[in-house]
Design a binder for this molecule. Structure first.
Ligand SMILES: [Zn+2]
Length: 82
């Protein structure tokens, strides 16, 4: 068991500060060491933030392409008919 950094006294698990001298205890929790907190991943978050705009652009571009193709087909059909 680690001793208090302030008075050197024995510390009980779960204490957040020494009851003798009041020094704050830096608790080294084994669970926290074995399972570190997952750091926020900036990559996916940024992609998720950008994805709606990209999706809108993709859909818009796709609609333009489809509309152009339909227009071209219609023009060809009209030309073939006419
Ligand atoms: Zn102490």
């Amino acid at each position: 068991m680690a001793g208090c950094s302030g008075c050197g006294g024995e510390l009980e698990p779960g204490w957040k500060f020494c009851i003798r001298c009041g020094a704050r205890i830096q608790v080294l929790e084994p669970t926290r060491e074995s399972v570190p907190e997952p750091a926020p991943e900036p990559g996916p978050a940024v992609e998720a933030r950008e994805s709606p705009m990209r999706t809108a652009l993709l859909i818009g571009g796709g609609l333009v392409v489809v509309a152009g193709a339909i227009w071209l087909m219609a023009a060809m059909v009209l030309r073939a008919i006419g």
